[in-house]
Design a protein around this ligand. Structure first.
Ligand SMILES: [Zn+2]
Ligand SMILES: [Zn+2]
Length: 349
């Protein structure tokens, strides 16, 4: 007994010292769904070979046990397949059940979507996992009123790389970022995820749902299914559609960030990224600190910036705007999760 006890005190401090950033995609499909082009092994291999640290094979209403997925060649130790499923339910409510230990049922129906979403969340918790509410603007299915009453929902897809999910809204519907600001303003504890929703690993063009377009950078001490899931549900990550950060401090009183220009340039050199076409703006970086109602509190064109958190909450968004040879302006983003100064996070403790 004594030996075990000593071993625990010796190893604990070593485990706890350093946090790492882990790159991951929480949403990808395989031939098992019938409308994607690659097997689970090929999909997992793509993420492994492209420097990701974790991926979820989130199949529609199917549970792919990571143990059954075989990778080829030398397998990096810092690569993990997280178990998951895309719970593909009624009224176009889809969610990623991340870190579940079995299939999560999906048949529930109700006249109110909030009740369907609540069922996704509750059933996912019963299976040991956490819910990411997926692509709310797909089919204009999910609005703020559907998400706001849901308990224990902490994650949603702010950005999804599939070409038909309408991340940026239209003249009648809010963008997912406006939806996020609305939810945050109304007191919800909700963090924004960026994912691929990849289906096509064989043919490459902007009309296909290819991988490598949206990811999360999660900060944890270890790379395990539990630590990644826990870090995400407490907002210890940022979402990216191209921009990489080297420093993120989400202190109780201040958010501080620094762009990793080299890593961003490397990501943006990839032909896979699609970016978001805009009509105006100067090329370069723009850091915005955003408070309630989506109001920009402070902004900077430097790659290092910080802002005090004085309001009920503050979040940060970094934009890299590029002028292409044909004159088009394209934007890529990193979204840092909000810091809350009111007592809303008490519910999640
Ligand atoms: Zn979906
Ligand atoms: Zn999907």
């Amino acid at each position: 007994m004594k030996i075990t006890f000593l071993a625990i005190i010796i190893t604990l401090p070593c485990l706890g010292e350093t946090s790492h950033w882990y790159k991951g995609n929480t949403h990808a499909h395989t031939t098992l769904c019938g409308h994607a082009d690659s097997t689970p092994s090929v999909v997992a291999q793509w993420y492994h070979d492209h420097g990701y640290h974790f991926a979820i094979l989130s199949e529609h209403n199917k549970f792919i046990d990571p143990k059954t997925v075989k990778l080829k060649g030398e397998i990096r130790e810092d690569f993990l397949l997280l178990p998951g499923e895309e719970v593909t339910g009624r009224k176009t409510v889809h969610s990623t059940a991340m870190n579940v230990n079995r299939l999560v049922p999906w048949h529930f129906d109700h006249e109110h979507r909030s009740k369907i979403i609540q069922k996704h969340v509750d059933e996912t918790i019963k299976a040991g996992g956490a819910t990411i509410l997926n692509h709310p603007n797909f089919g204009w299915a999910v609005q703020a009123k559907d998400m706001l009453p849901v308990k224990k929902l902490y994650l949603f897809e702010l950005y999804n790389g599939h070409p038909s999910v309408r991340n940026f809204g239209d003249h009648r519907h809010p963008s997912t970022e406006q939806l996020w600001d609305d939810l945050l303003t109304q007191g919800m504890t909700i963090y924004g995820v960026s994912s691929d929703d990849a289906h096509h690993f064989g043919q490459w063009n902007p009309g296909k749902s290819n991988p490598g377009r949206g990811w999360v950078m999660v900060r944890t001490k270890e790379l395990t299914s539990d630590t990644i899931t826990e870090a995400m549900t407490r907002g210890d990550f940022y979402a990216s559609s191209g921009v990489m950060l080297k420093k993120v401090v989400r202190g109780p009183k201040r958010i501080e960030i620094e762009v990793d220009e080299e890593a961003t340039d490397k990501e943006l050199a990839s032909p896979i990224l699609i970016g978001h076409k805009v009509k105006k703006g100067k090329p370069g970086y723009l850091v915005e600190f955003i408070g309630p109602k989506g109001k920009v509190i402070e902004s900077s064109v430097e790659t290092k910036a910080s802002c005090p958190v004085n309001l009920p909450y503050l979040r940060c968004k970094v934009t890299r705007r590029i002028k292409q040879k044909d004159g088009d302006l394209i934007e890529y983003y990193a979204w840092v999760q909000p810091v809350f100064t009111d007592d809303r996070t008490k519910d999640s403790e």
